[in-house]
Write a protein that binds this ligand. Structure first.
Ligand SMILES: [Zn+2]
Length: 89
């Protein structure tokens, strides 16, 4: 790996690790400041609960598959191709 790629990669990795460490160990002197901190609010918020209304599934036929034969209608028109047709006796 080239040096001009390696050094920014290490810089970004070290910044990410530094920020993770700083977020995990930061504290606030008062409770009101902690309430305004987005990191603390996210860390201390309750995990979302799954609300279940026990809805029953609706099982209904929405359509019937109707198969239909498809026949390709091939037609070669010699005048479209610009060539002369077969000789007619
Ligand atoms: Zn905080």
């Amino acid at each position: 790996m080239r040096n001009w790629v390696r050094w920014p990669a290490w810089l970004c990795l070290s910044l990410m690790l530094w920020m993770a460490a700083a977020e995990s160990v930061h504290n606030h002197p008062t409770q009101t400041e902690a309430a305004a901190c987005s990191i603390c609010v996210a860390a201390h918020s309750a995990s979302p609960t799954i609300s279940s209304s026990h809805a029953t599934p609706i099982l209904a036929t929405v359509g019937v598959l109707l198969e239909e034969d498809v026949v390709a209608k091939a037609r070669l028109n010699f005048s479209d191709a610009g060539i002369r047709g077969p000789p007619v006796r």
